[in-house]
Design a protein around this ligand. Sequence first.
Ligand code: CMP
Length: 143
Amino acid sequence: MEKTFLMIKPDGVQRSLIGEVTARFERKGFKLAGAKLMTIDRSLAEEHYGEHKGKPFFEELVDFITSGPVFAMVWEGENVISTARKIVGSTNPQEAAPGTIRGDYGLIVGKNVIHGSDSKESAEREIGLFFNSEEIQDYTKDG
Ligand code: CMP
């Protein structure tokens, strides 16, 4: 079953949005396969956001994502990567449609509540950065 990586950023955790955000993915029918509340160190942040290295906002992005706890998650289900991106909404909350997480809860691009993998390759890479295999549950087992 397809899996994606989603992470509620420090602004979302600080604003007590974990329940609101996870409810949207559960309601849609996706399964939470892994989750942890953690504080990211700079080296993990720089690796996770490696594709943005050199961009003007990179330092600000790393400063912000390491500034407080994040809620890192693995979600699974049919087409979860692209569907979760739709539920998350556009990167800039001012352009994100109402009804999306960023459209409903975000105001500025640097503090856009949640990160979601943008492709199968990113999902595999990001899940591997944040979780080991024992931390990911298997819903195909009985019980
Ligand atoms: P995310 O989906 O986590 O991926 C990269 C992040 O960089 C993005 O969400 C934004 O939070 C952030 N970002 C993108 N553009 C800017 C910008 N111009 N200034 C600050 N942060 C940005």
